[in-house]
Design a protein around this ligand. Sequence first.
Ligand SMILES: [Cu+2]
Length: 314
Amino acid sequence: MGENGVMFAGETARGWGSVGPKPYGLEKVEWTGKVPFEIQEIVAQPDGFILRFTHPVDPLSAENPANYSVAGFTYKYHSTYGSAPVNRLSCPIRRVEVSADRRSVRIGAICLREGYVHEIKALGVRSAGEGEGLVHPVAYYTLNEIPEGERLIPVETREPEFCVPLVPPSAMQSTKKHPTEAPADWKRRDGERALVLGTRPGMKFDQEELVVTAGETIQFVFRNSDDMLHNVVIWCPGTGQAVGAAAMAMGIDGPANNYVPESDDVLYHTALTQPESTERIFFTAPEQPGDYDYICSFPGHAGIMKGILRVRAR
Ligand SMILES: [Cu+2]
């Protein structure tokens, strides 16, 4: 801490890069005196959560159950690095109550599970007066114990049929943008050109430029020799960083979709690739020559884990 409450924070590029063009940074944080509209606190309830806000909420937006979502999940405990969220289950919201002082909201939800992390989103909630959205509308609460107490939803409301796991479509399956097999009509079954892209420690690809010819068939091999999860996403020229930010906003829905957001700017992508493993996709190079972006869209990586796919004219 510096003088007058000024705070300094150092940043490294090992796993979580700074938000900006440089991989390292020293940030000086100085309070403007304005309290942002945020979730200040979350308190577990027998059948949901109380969200306390830093400013009074706009009651119309705050009492609408559609402006919230709750889902539980957990992680695998194993020797390899990291884990995708598993056993995801959405928790349908049955009641919402705004407090008289409009500073807190009680959410009544079903299908809560002890020992699970609960993702709580309050995307549509606005502040009273200025109608601001939350700076951070997503929160995570590890529900070690569901407390006793007064319920918002009657205990008879069990609705077990709603408590069904949302099975995400397998992230590994072959799709138009994630083509894991060579199309049957390719003249050369394994593609006219093979590209092999690897990783280097510190969230880097081993090449920052790959060159192909417009319209040629490509076998693209991604070798992840790092100890973190990575992917490769090929974008239209100049759109990589914007889509990196969209990938970050996917939250726990990210892994089931390989952290690849829905976007026309996405051309092709690999699956989220485990450490020490290889992914292979087959695609045809764009007909339009130019510099296309490739990035790793795993949250926090896009800023430095990137390169250019140079498409030359035929
Ligand atoms: Cu990465």
